[in-house]
Design a protein around this ligand. Structure first.
Ligand SMILES: [Zn+2]
Length: 151
C-alpha cells in the first residue's frame, strides 16, 4: 500500500510511503525533497555503501530522525523532463537546483552519442542555462518547473 504520511524530517504531510517488502519501506517527502528507506541506518551495510558514493554536500545534509533512520536529499533525473539536485557548499548554504531538458537538435546530436552504440544519439539533454534555484521547502515547485508535477 502506498500512502501519504507525516514526514519525520520536516513534519509536512506530503511524505509518500511505499512498502517494498515487509522489511523495507521507502519514504519520499514532497515537502522537503528528502528520501530514505528502512535500511538507511548507521552500521547497516546498505547505508554505508550509499554514503560512500554520495557527494560531500549530500553527506553534510544527512538527517537522522527519531528512529535512527538517515534521510538524504533526492536526486531527480528524468531524461525527457529535467533534473533536480541539491546544490551548494554546505548545510547552511544550499538550494535545490532544477534544470530543464531540451531536445537535442540535428546539428548538435554528434555531441551527444550514446556510449557503446553506433550512430545513436541522446534525444534530450540537460540545458544548464535553465538552471533555477529553489528553497528546500519549494521542492514541489522545482518538480513543477521541469514538468514532473503540473504547474
Ligand atoms: Zn519532509
Amino acid at each position: 500500500m502506498d500512502n501519504l504520511t507525516i514526514c519525520k524530517r520536516c513534519g509536512s504531510d506530503a511524505c509518500f510511503e511505499q512498502e517494498i517488502t515487509p522489511q523495507i519501506t521507502n519514504y519520499f517527502c514532497y515537502g522537503c525533497g528528502f528520501q530514505t528507506n528502512t535500511l538507511m541506518k548507521e552500521s547497516e551495510e546498505f547505508f554505508e555503501q550509499q554514503k560512500e558514493v554520495l557527494p560531500e554536500l549530500y553527506k553534510d545534509l544527512i538527517f537522522t530522525d527519531q528512529d535512527g533512520i538517515k534521510w538524504m536529499p533526492s536526486m531527480i533525473n528524468v531524461p525527457d523532463k529535467g533534473m533536480i539536485f541539491a546544490n551548494g557548499t554546505d548545510i547552511s548554504n544550499w538550494k535545490w537546483a532544477s534544470v530543464r531538458a531540451i531536445k537535442v537538435t540535428e546539428e548538435e546530436k554528434h555531441k551527444y552519442p550514446i556510449p557503446g552504440k553506433k550512430d545513436t544519439y541522446y534525444e534530450w539533454r540537460m540545458d544548464m542555462s535553465t538552471m533555477r534555484p529553489f528553497e528546500e521547502r519549494e521542492f514541489m515547485d522545482a518538480l513543477s518547473y521541469i514538468g514532473v508535477l503540473p504547474e
